[in-house]
Design a protein around this ligand. Structure first.
Ligand SMILES: [Mg+2]
Ligand SMILES: [Zn+2]
Length: 182
């Protein structure tokens, strides 16, 4: 079986921009390419798991998500880094009803596990919101980190990160998990 590093997108791979949907606003988080390469070198697939409710809300068309992902891939490639697969949830319960993919539901992680034959108990999640951490917990991952990039700093300062494993950056979280030797 395979193991994976699951990454939230906005605030983890790229700087948080509210309802980011324009490729020219993609700015990578410092150290993320290095972190992705570190995870790959340690034998982890790197998979993006992102809520994109802007589609359900009618803020941007679904095709914009793919353009943003292409731009993320382009910028990462300049640093020699690669994402194995992007999964996104375009839904929002108020507009499109309940779904099984929107974090904190584990649906996208479970789908990735089925697609890539991933052992969830050897895998980990990194996100900047409580819903990211909960999605990882709900999927039964070995660890789920909250990072202080994106919205994470605000989450921590509001005291909403109690009980979570908090790291300053995604690179720190990747190094922490890999150094555990799992
Ligand atoms: Mg985020
Ligand atoms: Zn969904």
């Amino acid at each position: 079986m395979n193991k994976a590093c699951f990454l939230d997108r906005d605030g983890v791979i790229n700087e948080e921009v509210n309802y980011l949907h324009e490729a020219d606003k993609v700015v990578l988080i410092p150290g993320i390419a290095e972190g992705i390469n570190r995870a790959h070198d340690a034998g982890y697939l790197v998979i993006v798991i992102t809520n994109q409710a802007g589609v359900a809300r009618g803020i941007f068309p679904e095709g914009d998500i793919l353009l943003v992902h292409r731009e993320i891939e382009r910028q990462l490639a300049l640093a020699g880094a690669k994402i194995d697969r992007f999964y996104y949830c375009p839904h929002h319960p108020d507009y499109t009803g309940e779904c099984k993919c929107r974090k904190p539901s584990p649906g996208m992680i479970l789908q990735a596990a089925a697609d890539f034959d991933i052992d969830l108990k050897s895998s980990f999640m990194i996100g900047d919101r409580p819903s990211d951490v909960r999605a990882g917990e709900n999927a039964g991952l070995a660890a789920s980190y909250l990072v202080e990039t994106g919205y994470g700093k605000e989450v921590v300062s509001r005291g909403e990160a109690s009980g979570f494993t908090v790291m300053a950056t995604p690179l720190d979280a990747i190094n922490d998990f890999i150094s555990r030797g799992q």
